[in-house]
Design a protein around this ligand. Sequence first.
Ligand code: URA
Length: 183
Amino acid sequence: MYDNWEELENSIVNCKKCKLCNNRKNIVFGTGKKDADLMFIGEGPGADEDIQGIPFVGKAGKLMNMAFDGIGIDREQVYIANIVKCRPPGNRNPEDDEAVACLDYLRNQVMLVKPKIIVLLGSVALKNILGKEYGITQSRGKWIEKKGILYMPTWHPAALLRDDNKKIEFWQDLKQVKQKMQL
Ligand code: URA
């Protein structure tokens, strides 16, 4: 574990810890406020993120930005990262060995950001951070406290593109987060 961002970022530049390094254009490290109270964790970069090296800049990210705008969450004031930092081919889910290889980077990011609240975007984030026993359908919208951090699992923004009900629930979950941030 590194106790500063520079060393952590340098340590990842030539990462070859898993096979996702073979096809990546860019490592998508993370973006936002480095000491944010609120952090979002997604699954892994898609095509747009791979090209730009920034998380959530594609279709799903635009939808997330719209929810942020509507609810009053400032994207510049939060930190956003993913379970894996390189794009899984064809946008498949990250495999267990890839997630395991990458998770120490994310743990180090969480250690440096020290967020009060972490929003887990979708099943891959939920299971890799809190444990395989959690399911997104049962867990979404409910606060889970672990080691002094409050977690809010919710739908992955890409799931909203296919289902309007999930859009409403995503919105409700982020509203709970916004309310908690104001306390
Ligand atoms: N989906 C994710 O899980 N992360 C991104 O950065 C983009 C899309």
